[in-house]
Design a binder for this molecule. Structure first.
Ligand SMILES: [Zn+2]
Length: 294
């Protein structure tokens, strides 16, 4: 058993030694075609791998972390954020369910609804010491990361940041979606409002931010503020990424949203930043999700 565990760690360590090439500095110069679009809800496949690597989900630390809802413990047992990413991509981590919104590795897009589709977090709260707009609450355990990030922006001299549209429940999203589709038609309406069960906001670990220096402006204006550039460079240090970047619409299915931040935890965010990634789909080797499947 001991030999098996050591072999598993060595396997992940080996993967760590060969990170994806590229960085945020030179990514713009490298033109890579987007992955093929999803034609069905992606199902992780288990590829041919040595037995020791398959054992990731059988390891006691991983099972204990999953049972306790301790994502950091699971990621640590996988050898860190890059180790977990490699395990998912290689199809050797069947216990890492990307569709489960309760975990930081969760991915939802137009080809991949959350499971369960009417998921709601156990609790949510407004981050303290932060300018707040409507629906200003995120999952309680990650609220301190919002306060810490926004205080760091002030300390860096780039300005205050506010947040709104954190957790938005299934029924609220259903009403917004129905209203948009009723007034604009299905195609135009769905460009503005995600279907219930398909919005990151339903997970409680996403939010829309806005600049508050000198005064608070709208989220749509955030991309033009000085604080936006600070967020681009530093949000990963607090576990957050900009989910819908410019130029990624064919993969994410969403127009760029400079203001929409998503929490993936400090370990995964560090791997995301170090690898120069711009979409969660590419980070986890998922098909592009340009639109709904029906
Ligand atoms: Zn948003």
């Amino acid at each position: 058993m001991v030999a098996l565990a050591v072999a598993a760690v060595a396997g992940i360590g080996g993967a760590l030694a060969a990170p994806r090439q590229g960085s945020s500095q030179n990514a713009a110069e490298i033109v890579t075609p987007p992955p093929p679009a999803a034609t069905a809800i992606p199902v992780p496949t288990r590829s041919e791998v040595p037995l020791a690597e398959v054992a990731l989900c059988d390891r006691p630390e991983v099972q204990a972390g999953l049972a306790a809802g301790d994502d950091s413990a699971v990621i640590g047992a996988a050898g860190g954020g890059e180790g977990l990413r490699q395990a998912v991509i290689r199809g050797i981590a069947p216990c890492i369910d990307l569709r489960d919104p309760s975990h930081v590795w969760f991915v939802v897009n137009k080809a991949m609804p959350m499971e369960p589709i009417d998921y709601a977090p156990a609790d949510w709260v407004a981050p303290s010491n932060v300018p707040l707009g409507n629906l200003a609450a995120v999952r309680t355990d990650i609220a301190p990361t919002v306060t810490a990030m926004f205080e760091a922006s002030v300390a860096a001299g780039t300005g205050r940041i506010g947040m709104q549209n954190g957790y938005r429940g299934y029924s609220v999203q259903q009403r917004i979606h129905n209203d948009r589709v009723a007034s604009l038609g299905k195609e135009a309406g769905e460009r503005l409002a995600a279907r219930p069960g398909y919005s990151e906001h339903q997970s409680g670990i996403a939010m829309d931010v806005f600049g508050c220096t000198p005064g608070c402006s709208s989220s749509e204006q955030f991309g033009t503020t000085a604080t936006y550039q600070w967020v681009v460079e530093h949000s990963w240090e607090f576990g957050w990424i900009i989910r819908y970047e410019d130029g990624q619409t064919p993969i994410t299915g969403y127009d760029p949203e400079a203001w929409h931040l998503r929490y993936i935890g400090p370990e995964l965010a560090a791997a995301y930043h170090a690898g120069g990634f711009h979409t969660l789909e590419e980070f986890f080797g998922l098909p592009a999700a340009p639109g709904y499947l029906d």
